[in-house]
Design a protein. Structure first.
Lengths: 192, 192
DNA sequence: AGGCTCATGTAAATAGTTACATGATTTT
DNA sequence: AAAATCATGTAACTATTTACATGAGCCT
């Protein structure tokens, strides 16, 4: 149940409409959470229903019209409680290493270019994050809030660094045996 | 749609029953994908329905009885096709950085011990993965399939390294007072 | 007015989680 | 044979994705 809390956080940082939130999820918040606009509108509806946020009356909310939300005290309290909640880390979920492992069984086929592509995408994202760091915190963070935001950004940087490191090695290693033979139908034991 | 393909991969590596697969998902496959046994049984049913796998007749499959599956040619073909599919990397989803960011808005509160706890959990997992590497590939990979499996394991290692690196810095930074009435807990830290 | 884009929204399908039920096997 | 455990399974719920629909404002 993280999406509603991500929205509360974003709205506390700055009251926004659904489409603004969608854009912000593609940027700062998006280092560790993504959401489509449909998810966001639905969740905003629920939060409003629950009395945690409310629509500002300023731009006369009707359909097709911008509708700006702000967080109510109840929403802030809920977020406060969520911050203190304990929750074990979840296993990350990414199909690419899975596909690599599948390739180990049915043959590498055309996977190498895909690995290269992903390596480059992660590299680009890493570069982008570093650019954010340079641009948005030139002299270091200025407030407590900025300090935390920078910390989260660095989390994104560390994760992307991990991906680039791994994919670089994987591409190297698989380039060694171009074409790659296939293991055929022989099934041997599982690892670990 | 990765779960069915993860199952096909696992079954090609070694025909198994649902509960065995569940255990294997907590181990080797689990570096990048997790699944509960309910998900797995349901998906096995679908795969059998679709004619991609079949239950072996050996242990007479009835309820409460072990039911072992093997992959049919159609399943192998489907997996083959999946390996060559292109798919953009998805944003990782983790609540912890989100909670940190929320803490930047509503106050850090009791989050520091939680960060320490996560750091230690990731450290433990990292150590476990490294142990797998030492134990299962002492002289390097012996077959093409092992080479790929080792590569995937190293992916897990790189990701966990990223987490440990980030959490270590985060704990350090937040222990250095400033901001919240938060007494610094145990904050020793060193990445590998 | 007609076409375009933006912001909001509905509907349906897929994926994942949580709680619980039941038959078989092993242990005491 | 009762209890504990293992393996399979059902049901209900929550979360996420994909496809499509509609009103408002803008531009020419």
């Amino acid at each position: 149940m993280s999406l509603p809390h991500a929205l509360l956080t974003a709205l506390l940082e700055k009251p926004s409409s659904g489409s603004e939130l969608t854009r912000r999820f593609d940027r700062s918040i998006g280092y560790f959470w993504s959401a489509t606009h449909q998810q966001i509108y639905r969740e905003l509806g629920k939060l409003e229903q629950a009395g945690l946020i409310r629509a500002l009356p300023s731009p006369v909310p009707t359909r097709g019209q911008r509708k700006e939300y702000e967080v109510l005290p109840e929403g802030r309290a809920e977020l406060r409680a969520w911050v203190d909640r304990r929750e074990d880390p979840r296993v990350s979920r990414d199909p690419l290493p899975l596909r690599l492992r599948a390739a180990g069984v049915v043959g590498v086929g055309d996977l190498l270019p895909e690995l290269v592509r992903h390596r480059d995408l992660h590299r680009a994202r890493l570069e982008e994050y570093r650019e954010f760091e340079r641009r948005d915190y030139p002299g270091g963070p200025r407030t407590e809030q900025e300090r935390v935001q920078l910390l989260v950004l660095r989390g994104g940087i560390d994760m992307e660094t991990g991906w680039v490191s791994w994919l670089t090695r994987a591409v190297e290693e698989l380039s060694g045996t171009a074409g790659a033979p296939e293991a055929g139908g022989s099934a041997d034991g599982d690892v670990s």
